[in-house]
Write a protein that binds this ligand. Structure first.
Ligand code: HEM
Length: 482
């Protein structure tokens, strides 16, 4: 029987110890806090309670020009909003540097990041400064940020080593900061709670999730936070169903609820973000858009897609793959070493070391990809298998890799292909000019203010063979980002 183990040590963190050691107090300002359920590197998150979390409602944004974006007069303006950090990490970061890096024998370069940059890292679009330091320090470096120091990895071989060696490396910080949301659900559970037995209940959860996902399509390209909260509430409203199912599976009802919540939360927002960025990339690349629409017309012949059609929508699938390369969700993965280890390249890590695998850096590195910053769907050969971490040797890891890899990867790809195919079949779209497209990070890279497209109904023989409608619909559609 699997039961949740209470971990009394989880309430404590290094910042408490530093405060006590230096006889100082740590004052936070929740009003300026960034709002994200999953800012994994925020030290304050370790102190965050569900009540405090509710106060975190102001999105934290950084507006930048997308790497794949070609400049044009109507392009979104690349405005950068300087994030104001809710914590002044200067002295904490300095202290961490002097405590942790004084006797460093790891062979890992130490990033002498400006404190300003670090505060940006703590509160903003963290993958952008991480990329900047990769250019300066290489594919592995150490970085002090607030009360913690991280080994930042941007190398496929090291990422492979860490992700494949689950056991030596646990989820660590990400599990701590998300515990109030996931409880002991398997998305963040460690050890005994995350077992094959737990994974066996996926079948049941999947059926439930499918209904939920259908609902998601029914109301738009992605579901709203309100709907997610409603789903969470309904989990609580049906205790007898959960209890009965839990007894059959021989797990506690709390455990089952947490696991179901894991499925809902982990699958929420990701596919919506993928569709948002894929339509954005296609709107910037008319020749790829034309190619994808021609493929959809040829394969579907004007009818809705079937399961069999999915494998023939090869170019469209590559557009989604390439979108996942340029905009990986989440852009970083966190792990914590459980034992001392030596990473490929002879880099030493101690037990307890937090490791940040920057998927964004690996996917954008010129050492790893040719024309890394460009949107080139054809880089993944149409006749090759769909790219994944194994067949690219961890150069492409949007769904992570190793034992804690995404369990919803096939489902997510399938729903993204179906949704995009139907959209391209029926609609033409172009970016509304002069809008400010800005990125913000949480669990995904999403747009701060949404992404506005001018959408019009397509008029093709194959797409509308059975349709008598020739009405031109012009609507400004908002691919709403949460
Ligand atoms: C394009 C959409 C998606 C992307 C990019 C994505 C990405 C990821 C990534 C990178 C991880 C691993 C995190 C880590 O290694 O620490 C993960 C885990 C997970 N994902 Fe997804 N995901 C997507 C869709 C989904 C969907 C639709 C579901 C549900 C059906 C789902 C369920 C999960 C679960 C339960 C985990 C935790 C697995 C574990 O820890 O054992 N994901 N996802």
């Amino acid at each position: 029987m699997m039961r949740r183990q209470e971990d009394g040590a989880r309430g404590q963190c290094k910042i408490d110890k530093i405060c006590r050691a230096t006889n100082t107090s740590f004052v936070s300002n929740p009003i300026n806090m960034p709002a994200s359920l999953s800012l994994p590197v925020s030290p304050l998150c370790l102190h965050t309670t569900p009540t405090l979390h509710k106060k975190l409602t102001t999105p934290y944004s950084l507006s930048i020009r997308s790497s794949a974006q070609k400049p044009s007069s109507s392009d979104p303006k690349p405005t950068t909003t300087k994030p104001s950090s809710w914590v002044s990490p200067d002295w904490v970061t300095s202290l961490t540097r002097s405590l942790n890096f004084a006797k460093d024998d790891s062979n890992i370069p130490i990033a002498t990041a400006k404190l300003d940059d670090v505060s940006e890292l703590l509160g903003g679009a963290l993958f952008l400064p991480l990329f900047k330091w990769m250019i300066r320090y290489g594919p592995i470096y150490r970085l002090a940020a607030g009360p913690r120091d991280f080994v930042v990895v941007s190398d496929p071989a090291i990422a492979k080593h860490v992700l494949r060696n689950y056991g030596k490396y646990a989820k660590g910080l990400v599990a701590e900061v998300s515990e109030f949301l996931f409880g002991s659900g398997f998305a963040i559970a460690e050890g005994q709670l995350w077992t094959v037995g737990n994974v066996c209940i996926y079948g049941f959860l999947y059926c439930k999730l499918f209904v939920f996902k259908l609902l998601e399509f029914g109301i738009g390209l992605k579901c709203s936070n309100a709907l997610l909260l409603e789903a969470r509430a309904s989990l609580r409203l049906a205790p007898q169903i959960v209890e009965a199912r839990a007894q059959r599976l021989d797990v506690s009802s709390t455990q089952l609820r947490d696991d179901l919540l894991s499925m809902l939360v982990a699958g929420h927002e990701t596919t919506g973000s993928v569709l948002t960025w894929t339509t954005y990339l296609l709107s910037k690349d008319p020749s790829s858009l034309k190619k994808a629409q021609e493929e959809v017309d040829r394969v579907l012949q004007g009818r809705p897609p079937t399961y069999e059609d999915i494998k023939n929508l090869k170019f469209l699938t590559r557009c989604i793959n390439e979108s996942l390369r340029l905009y990986p969700h989440p852009p970083v993965l966190l792990r914590r070493a459980q034992v001392p280890d030596v990473l490929p390249g002879n880099y030493k890590v101690n037990a307890g070391q937090d490791i940040m695998i920057s998927v964004y850096n690996i996917h954008h590195s010129a050492q790893v990809w040719e024309r890394a910053e460009e949107f080139v769907p054809e880089r993944f050969d149409l006749d090759d298998p769909v790219p994944n971490e194994t067949n690219t040797d961890f150069r492409f890891i949007p769904f992570s890799g190793g034992p804690r890899k995404c369990v919803g990867d096939q489902f997510a790809l399938m729903e993204a292909i179906v949704a995009l195919a139907i959209f391209l079949q029926h609609m033409n779209f172009e970016l509304v000019p002069d809008q400010n497209i800005s990125m913000t990070t949480g669990a995904t890279i999403h747009t701060t203010n949404g992404l506005y497209m001018k959408v019009s109904q397509r008029q093709t023989e194959s797409a509308f063979a059975s349709s008598s409608s020739s009405l031109q619909l012009n609507v400004a559609m908002r691919l709403k980002s949460l």
